[in-house]
Design a protein around this ligand. Structure first.
Ligand code: ADP
Length: 633
């Protein structure tokens, strides 16, 4: 029989190394991982057998067995689930099937993982936890439906290599055999196994069984002892989501959360309820505390696990939850869906739509409550998930008002890091203020000191600071809030009530025309500003043009962005502009004037965070002016 020896992928070696040397204090989680894998394998077999009964091979009595063997020093975790083919074994137990491998490796080396080894579970590497307690692991497995001599034996001593060979196995499913290290021999003891199963795997749906030998006094002869061996079920197997709330402890809720989410911290919130009426379903959902590292990846799995009458149909049903709530984890069980429901059927199923609507509302209501009752907890939640929740404004037109109520923003009046709701903003708008003002930018410091806010500061108008690239799109999608429209501080022609803007426009008409003429290839218009107080000039995007931050982001991603021409705004109260007007009146052809116009345009670019068109020429011109200034004394 051909034995083939192979090398683990580099990332697997790193994990093994970490498992063996750093995660020492949490050794017992290996059993949770193996039982969890066994349970998944049975779920799959049970589901596939719905359409192909032959796959049960006459053994539909689903169970997981723990077989400690003190003589051999091994612990076997056996399941009669789906099993694996040779290709599947090599794929599943030789690589890390995750697109975020690079991030993963970085994380592996971080302190976070060393202190919280459960984090490992997030990446689907649970099986490798076996090497914390075993110096050799063998996996004997046969795919359900394959012949008895089509089994595979995988073996590794965590030395960077593993072997696979053909094998025989009468029953379908998988045996994972651990040759226990000396300091892990306690996992051969009944009490230890009982304890670990109870703690981590109590709610597993299938029985976790073990043969238990008891010595008893012979009922017929008091002086004689007899030994009996019987199979016992170690877990209570109660589907926690079907239980009564009063029966469940917080610790049980938390343990189940870790099971469904692979998260290592307790959840921020539990939603557990039963809907009764035309459609009946049970829901146990969790809001996590921390954003999963892969939530922005394409292959991030969205949606709760779907059960129909205790059978797991799908581990992630994305039709049950809108993408902007994809951080929600948990289980939904329906009694009304058919057992053999397919993915395609789910997409158009009325019942599924009803459940999704119900869940969406419940989650949004819960968030609203949380914001109301515990602003601090909500702010913590928002810092992790606000960016994702916000997508709902764009995608869920029907609920955009409800979602808008949940948004938080920093503002020119909040301390850095503190955020307010739109409702709070509106409630403290100044007399005479008609619109909700906001500024977009990459960071707060730059936004706050930007010239665009000068007039707002003077009028003491609060301005929301928006630092996510797509905030501008979200706001234009939202349109209005509490009957107030939104106005960007960096877009469009603003008039913050200087009063004499039109007059000034006339007064400075000649100079503005000259500037416009000189800059005609660069700007749409040159006009008197209604937003500047201290700075001489700034560049402003058209009301309906793309946000400059968004523009930059798309350009950085290599997209072709049509560059809208901006307007140059001029502050008539600035000393320099006054002097330029005088100079213009004295000599409209003045070379100095022309030079100044160019420099002002470059300055406006710099105020936006850009470079002057020609930095060398700019520096030369400024130095020349400075020299003249010094000479003039
Ligand atoms: P995860 O279970 O998070 O995917 P693991 O490293 O624990 O990560 O397992 C990797 C893969 O190996 C599983 O996704 C599954 O395909 C396969 N596997 C592990 N244990 C079993 C088992 N008992 N039966 C069938 N397949 C299994």
């Amino acid at each position: 029989m051909a034995v083939s020896k192979r090398k683990f992928k580099a990332e697997v070696n790193k994990i093994l190394d970490l498992m063996i040397h750093s995660l020492y204090s949490h050794k017992e989680i290996f059993l949770r991982e193996l039982i969890s894998n066994a349970s998944d394998a049975i779920d799959k077999a049970r589901y596939e057998a719905l359409t192909d009964a032959a796959l049960t091979e006459g053994d539909g009595e689903w169970k997981i067995q723990l077989i400690p063997d003190k003589d051999a020093g091994t612990l076997t975790v056996r399941d009669n689930g789906i099993g694996m083919s040779r290709d599947e074994v090599v794929e599943a137990l030789g690589t890390i099937a995750h697109s975020g491998t690079k991030e993963f490796l970085k994380l592996l080396e971080s302190r976070a993982v060393k202190n919280n080894p459960e984090l490992i579970g997030q990446f689907g590497v649970g099986f490798y936890a076996s090497f914390m307690v075993a110096d050799e692991v063998s996996v004997l497995t046969r795919r359900a439906g394959a012949g008895p001599n089509e089994a595979v034996l995988w073996k590794s001593g965590a030395d960077g290599t593993y072997t696979v060979e053909e094998a025989e196995k009468a029953a379908k499913g998988t045996d994972v055999v651990l040759r226990l290290k000396d300091d892990a021999k306690s996992y051969l003891e009944e009490w230890e196994l009982r304890k670990v199963v109870k703690q981590y795997s109590d709610f597993i749906e299938y029985p976790v069984m073990m043969d238990v030998t008891r010595t008893k006094t012979d009922p017929d002869d008091k002086d004689k002892k007899v030994t009996e061996t019987a199979a016992e079920t170690l877990n209570s197997r109660k589907a926690i989501w079907l239980k009564d709330k009063a029966e469940i402890t917080e610790a049980e809720y938390n343990e189940f959360y870790k099971h469904v989410s692979h998260d290592f911290t307790d959840p921020a919130k539990v939603l557990h309820y039963k809907a009764e009426g035309t459609t009946e379903f049970s829901v146990l959902l969790y809001l996590p505390k921390q954003r999963p590292f892969d939530i922005f990846y394409k292959d991030y799995k969205v949606g709760p696990t779907l059960y129909v009458r205790r059978v797991q149909i799908m581990d992630h049903c994305e039709d049950l939850i809108p993408p902007y709530l994809r951080f929600v984890k948990g289980v939904v069980e329906s009694a009304d869906l058919p057992l053999n429901v397919s993915r395609e059927m789910l997409q158009n199923n009325r019942m599924v739509a009803v459940i999704k609507k119900n869940i969406t509302k419940k989650v949004l209501d819960t968030l609203a409550e949380m914001k109301q009752d515990d602003a601090e907890a909500y702010a913590t939640f928002y810092a992790q998930f606000g960016r994702i929740l916000k997508e709902g404004i764009h995608h869920d037109f029907e609920r955009k008002e409800a979602i808008a109520d949940l948004l938080l923003f920093e503002s020119t009046r909040t301390e850095p890091g503190k955020k307010i709701t739109l409702a709070e903003y509106v409630a403290r708008m100044r007399d005479g203020q008609e619109e909700i003002y906001y500024i977009t930018g990459t960071d707060r410091a730059a936004a706050v000191s930007s010239p665009y806010l000068e007039a707002f500061k003077e009028k003491d108008y609060e301005v929301l600071i928006m630092t996510d690239e797509f905030d501008d799109i979200i706001i234009s999608r939202l349109g209005r809030y509490a009957e107030k429209s939104f106005q960007s501080a960096i877009k469009g022609d603003l008039d913050l009530g200087a009063g004499d803007k039109e007059e000034k426009q006339k007064e400075y008409g000649g100079l503005l025309e000259l500037m416009q003429d000189q800059l005609k290839d660069l700007v749409e218009a040159v006009r008197i500003s209604g937003r500047l107080k201290d700075s001489a000039v700034c560049l402003v995007t058209g009301e309906h043009d793309m946000d400059p931050q968004m523009e930059k982001m798309l350009a950085a991603m290599g997209q072709d962005v049509p560059q809208g021409k901006r307007s140059l705004e001029v502050n008539p109260d600035h000393e320099l502009i006054g002097r330029m007007k005088e100079l213009f009146a004295a000599d409209p052809e003045s070379e100095t004037l022309k030079e100044y116009v160019g420099l002002l345009y470059d300055q406006a670019l710099m105020l936006e965070g850009d470079h002057p068109r020609d930095p060398v020429a700019f520096a030369k011109a400024v130095s020349k002016l400075m020299a003249e200034g010094v000479a003039a004394g």
